[in-house]
Design a protein around this ligand. Structure first.
Ligand SMILES: Nc1ncnc2c1ncn2[C@@H]1O[C@H](COP(=O)(O)OP(=O)(O)OP(=O)(O)O)[C@@H](O)[C@H]1O
Ligand SMILES: [Mg+2]
Length: 152
């Protein structure tokens, strides 16, 4: 899950939205941490402290490309939220217009889920020894071509 996050980081552009679905312990935070750590390393920043935003709900990180001044990547964990109103209070609209986002428990977004999001569903199999990923991403954000170039 972590290695897959590293690979995905290579594809990420500044406005992207990635959603991670899967039950408790599926590996969502592990994937998110892998992706963010690679982005921070590319920016020459320390990547050993990437907390799961279970309690803070959202955690922003700097975006490496300095031609995109002020851009960040925001890691959301929406598990504790009840619905879209509370997501808006977290600054979701601002993030959407400006930052990349990786979002755990995207079902809380309901109608706020952007159509161009890359949607990843994680399913543990073999008593948790392995994971199956189902990945869906539309043409508008160029996901089919980008995923085809994914180095696994
Ligand atoms: N591909 C994998 N194979 C086996 N174990 C894995 C895999 N990916 C993650 N794990 C392990 O599964 C456990 C749970 O992972 P993680 O915390 O990322 O899940 P989560 O989906 O964020 O769960 P939660 O919703 O409870 O926060 C961790 O111990 C992690 O090391
Ligand atoms: Mg988690």
């Amino acid at each position: 899950m972590s290695a897959f996050g590293h690979s995905l980081a290579r594809l990420l552009k500044s406005g992207d939205v990635i959603t991670l679905e899967g039950g408790l312990g599926a590996g969502k935070s592990t994937l998110a941490r892998g992706l963010i750590s690679r982005i921070l390393e590319d920016a020459g920043l320390a990547s050993d402290d990437i907390p799961s935003p279970t309690f803070t709900l959202v955690q922003p990180y700097p975006w490496p490309d300095d031609t995109d001044a002020g851009r960040e990547i925001w890691h959301f964990d929406l598990w504790r939220l009840d619905g879209p109103d509370e997501v808006i209070e977290l600054g979701f609209d601002e993030a959407l217009s400006r930052h990349a986002m990786i979002i755990e428990w995207p079902d809380r977004l309901a109608g706020l889920l952007p159509a161009e999001a890359l949607q990843i569903e994680i399913e543990p199999i073999d008593d948790g020894a392995a994971r199956v990923l189902s990945i869906k991403g539309g043409e508008a954000a160029g996901w089919p071509e980008r995923l085809a170039s994914l180095a696994l």
